[in-house]
Structure formats: structure tokens, C-alpha cells
Ligand binder design. Sequence first.
Ligand SMILES: [Mg+2]
Length: 165
Amino acid sequence: MSWFSPTRYVSRVERIDLDELWAQGKRAIMLDRDNTLVPRDMKSAPESVTAWLDHARELGFSLYMVSNNWHKNQVARSSRELGMTAICFACKPLPFAIHRALDRMGVPHEQAVMIGDQLYTDVWAGNFAGVDSILVKPQTHVDLWYTQIFRIFERRALAHVPCEE
Ligand SMILES: [Mg+2]
């Protein structure tokens, strides 16, 4: 995998084996909001996602939402519902919000992972910050207009990257 590729590519967030991540020494998970935890056409995360997050907390993971969404209320609502602190308008792929989240959690970058549905924001931000990145497929095909443009390039870049189902 190149520097611009995800460490892993998994079909959806709930398919990521948390016990395995913990055994690998990971202690913090940073998560994108839109189409990673909360489908773009819904207001809340599905139950399968909340159950996965509950298990992460049971294991002892620190969780942090790092979202590019600039609608403060949407992010705050999800942050409340999902029981994790959030940074909105994170300006990924710039790595600064990830550094801030790591600082606040008190976790070194090698013990953290960034999970999101976009190669050019979530994965690049993770890679730029020196944390492992896990790309997931978007929960829906509903995207902002400019994200749809990035998806064209993303599809080409991922054409030969195998996805763990
Ligand atoms: Mg997203």
C-alpha cells in the first residue's frame, strides 16, 4: 500500500474486528461522521453501529469523532447520541484536527486509527498525521455534490484495492 492508500479497506465500520485492533495495541479510534457512522440520508446511526461503538467502549477504546461537517448542530447531536466528543469542520485531509484529538485523548499516534469513508479526506488525514487509516465503503450513495466528484477519482484509485467484506 502506498502512502496515499488506506492501511485497510473494509466494507463497513461494524465489520472491523475490535478485539483484533485491541490485540494489535490500538487504544484510540477516530471516526468520521457522515456515511461512516451516520448515513447521509438519516439523522442517527443505525443500531448495528451503536452496538459496535458500545463494544469498543467495553474494551476500553477512547473514541473521538473527527468530522468535516460544518453543521455544528448535526455533529453535536451525533456526538451526544453516540457518546463521544467531536470536532466539527475538521478540514481533513489536513492533519491538525487528528493531532488535536490525539492530544485530548492522550494517546500516541501509533496507538490510534482513523476510520472514514473517503480516501481524499479521512484516509489522507490519517496518513498525514501518522496514524493507521481504515477506509470503509460509504453507508449510502447520497453525497454532497463535490464529494460525488471526488468519488470518481476514488473509484479509480481503489479499483485494484481488495475490500474485506
Ligand atoms: Mg464521510
